[in-house]
Design a protein around this ligand. Structure first.
Ligand code: PMP
Length: 360
């Protein structure tokens, strides 16, 4: 068996050592005679797995006791509704920043529950830049300000945390969580679908300031009420136990790499190498303003679209997989999350150079 380099945007590559450990523990987790998948979520064993994962995430991201950490289901997409249901409150109005496809989805869903003010948008420049915060039209009375720190499809990433004043700042960190250091205390709420930097799909991690709990609208489904989830240790119903366990292994792996500061250095280097190669070439291009280029998702185009299929085929032959860009933007996209080894980026650049020489 040989592992391919998988550049998928999500579900994404996981650390090989994590997969090996999961394999070794598959049939008999630490002498219990059963797989984690077969354990009661109320058992002492699973509760210990769950609590350890939460503590490791708290350590990694520096999450204080002022915040609840929730392990929910339904992916980041259900958070698009869960956030307004819990946070819109009486005021019923929220600010959103529109920087691409995922922001738009969050906005469309929130509009079902209240008034949404798009305080800033990069639609006019084709989502290649982020407007200066001085020009945002924020409502100081808003229930919260929502933004998407990293647009997974467009490859557009904030290099700053917006200043929301006393308005709770809400972030969809699905594709950037744990990729670089983060000051959680600046946020009211952070959510992240797991299937990029955290673990398998099916799980979504929510970090929420405790004073924001308990304000859900009466019609909020019980399963979507943050307070109910927090009060029940994310076990109001049966949680996604195996994903939670796998996330715990990924957190341990990240700690062993030296944590978020150490991985950020590697991520920055991987991204600089790939963008640097794209920029020195006349054959490949990336449209994003350099300051806001994503460290995690690198979209690029070839000078001639007619060569796309040949590029992808050659990549597959070298076991460089899932480089096809999102259907809405075309071209290519290399997702280089925490678990993508630097050697994977080197192999991609090597292939890109060869392809350009032969076909460019
Ligand atoms: N937000 C962002 C930034 C994403 O990248 C994704 C998934 N690619 C989603 C939301 C939706 O996540 P899910 O499929 O877990 O609902």
């Amino acid at each position: 068996m040989s592992r391919a380099y998988n550049f998928c945007a999500g579900p994404a590559t996981l650390p090989e050592s994590v997969l090996r450990q999961a394999r070794d523990e598959m049939l008999d987790w630490q002498g219990t005679g059963m797989s984690v998948m077969e354990m009661s979520h109320r058992s002492d064993e699973f509760v210990a797995i769950a609590e350890t994962a939460e503590q490791d995430l708290r350590d990694l991201a520096g999450i204080s006791g002022d915040y609840a950490v929730l392990f929910m289901q339904g992916g980041a997409s259900s958070q698009f509704a869960t956030v307004p249901l819990n946070l819109l409150g009486e005021k019923g109005t929220a600010d959103y920043i529109n920087t691409g496809i995922w922001s738009k989805k969050a906005i469309a869903e929130a509009r079902r529950y209240g008034e949404v003010n798009v305080a800033a948008s990069s639609q006019d420049n084709g989502f290649t830049d982020i407007p200066d915060q001085a020009h945002w039209r924020c409502n100081p009375q808003a229930s919260y300000l929502h933004y998407t720190p990293n647009e997974t499809i467009g490859g557009l990433e904030f290099d700053f945390v917006p200043d929301a004043g006393s308005v709770p700042l809400v972030a969809d960190m699905s594709s950037s969580m744990l990729s670089r250091p983060l000051d959680v205390s600046k946020f009211g709420l952070i959510y992240a679908g797991a299937q990029k930097n955290i673990g398998p799909s099916g799980l979504v991690v929510v970090i929420v300031r405790k004073d924001l709990l308990g304000h859900a609208r009466p019609e909020t489904p019980t399963m979507m009420d943050y307070k109910v989830t927090a009060d029940n240790g994310s076990m109001y119903n049966t949680p996604s136990t195996y994903s939670w366990y796998l996330a715990g292994l990924v957190f341990k792996w990240l700690k062993a790499q030296g944590g978020v500061t150490a991985i950020a250095e590697i991520n920055s280097r991987k991204a600089r190498k790939l963008y640097g190669f794209i920029d020195q070439s006349d054959f490949y291009a990336n449209p994003i303003a350099p300051r806001f280029r994503s460290w995690m998702n690198v979209p690029f185009t070839l000078a001639d679209d007619a060569l796309n299929d040949a590029f992808l085929q050659g990549a597959e032959e070298r076991r460089l997989l899932n480089l096809k860009g999102h259907r809405s933007v075309g071209g290519m996209r290399a997702s280089i999350y925490n678990a993508m080894p630097e050697a994977g980026v080197d192999a991609l650049i090597d292939y890109m150079a060869t392809f350009e020489k032969e076909r460019g």
